[in-house]
Design a protein around this ligand. Structure first.
Ligand code: UT7
Length: 311
């Protein structure tokens, strides 16, 4: 059995926070934010919870997969901002969506959460225990952002992305993945209970430009594939300069690299599935397309996964 992505969905909250808005809140400017990060706008979930956003993204993914809630056997949610400590956001989604045949849990891998969650779900599909799994990344980073700290508040946005993974006895789907963590770097990006995100930006930056190439190369090597064979790469959207460093390193042209950071900012683990859903709905992912997704984040965690698109 191979694990294939059979549906995608996203939800972006309607309220927009622009660089101009932020420049009225802290000592910053559109020029600084755009040139240092590539971000122009981010969306904020004013009256919505992570669960509300995750529900909308999950409904869209189920719809594109053509499945009913009862078909789902597993729900894995990645979130840094669950609505409450207990029960898990995955169980709340089960109730809201009527996913009566699923077992459900959340994982904590911060911005690498989609890469981690996909791999975990795929393991259950490959061993035959589950036929369809729902992976949901729902992030309300505005709830843990300090809007008096210019070093972090310009970076983050809210949103959710989801995919349905289905087991099928045909080639393609998930070809290889590589997950890693470096707990000794965890102090560079953290959040205390009830507090806001604290970040040593340059430390995380240096980590990211090493970690993503390592994850890309290890994943491609496992699959026996080469970077020149890739049709698309979806990097975690944290800073356009980090993405560009990966593009330059491998000579990737802009049309092969998904970029949403200008519109949505950093939506943590939701950034990759949101970009994936955009590519899929624009009809740019043809069957056979080779797609690599790679992320990094608090932990510090990082990883990559390689898919052959099959729907
Ligand atoms: O999802 C994973 C999470 N995070 C990341 O991936 C973040 C990785 N890091 C980064 O993206 C970048 O390090 C930042 C965008 C966070 C910061 O950019 P930088 O080029 O590394 O700036 P810096 O921290 O070296 O700061 C340069 C200057 C400082 O002023 P001084 O000390 O040189 O006078 C900062 O105080 O820029 C100042 N600064 C700002 N100025 C205007 C920091 N934030 C701002 C701001 N507006 N918003």
């Amino acid at each position: 059995m191979n694990a294939h992505i059979t549906g995608t969905g996203r939800f972006i909250p309607p309220d927009i926070l622009t660089n101009q808005d932020l420049s009225r809140m802290v000592d910053t400017s559109d020029e600084w934010i755009a040139s240092r990060t590539g971000i122009r706008t981010r969306h904020i979930a004013r009256d919505m919870s992570a669960c509300d956003m995750g529900e909308a993204a999950a409904r869209a993914a189920l719809d594109t997969a053509g499945l009913s809630p009862a078909d789902i056997g597993l729900v894995v949610v990645s979130t840094t901002t669950p609505d409450r400590p207990l029960p898990s956001l995955a169980c709340d989604l089960q109730l809201r969506l009527g996913l009566e045949n699923a077992f459900c849990f959340d994982i904590g891998a911060a911005c690498s959460g989609f890469i981690y969650a996909l791999d975990i779900a795929a393991l259950y599909l490959r061993t035959g225990g589950v036929t369809h799994a729902l992976v949901v990344c729902a992030e309300k980073l505005s709830a843990i952002t300090d809007y008096t700290d210019r070093r972090t508040c310009v970076l983050f946005g809210d949103g959710a992305g989801a995919v349905v993974l289905s087991a099928a006895d045909k080639p393609g789907g998930l070809l290889a993945s590589y997950l890693a963590a470096r707990g000794d770097g965890g102090a560079a990006l953290h959040c205390a209970p009830g507090g806001c995100i604290q970040m040593e930006g340059q430390e995380v930056y240096k980590f990211a430009v090493r970690a993503m190439p390592e994850a890309i190369e290890k994943t491609l090597a496992k699959a026996g594939r080469n970077v020149t064979e890739l049709d698309f790469i979806i990097p975690h959207q944290a800073n356009i300069r980090i993405i560009q460093s990966v593009m330059h390193r491998y000579g990737l042209p802009p049309d092969k690299v998904a970029i949403t950071i200008d519109r949505y900012g950093n939506t943590s683990s939701a950034s990759i599935p949101i970009a994936l859903d955009e590519l899929a709905r624009e009809g740019r992912l043809r069957p056979g397309a080779l797609l690599l997704m790679t992320g990094f984040g608090a932990g510090l965690t990082y990883g990559a996964t390689l898919f052959e698109w099959s729907v």
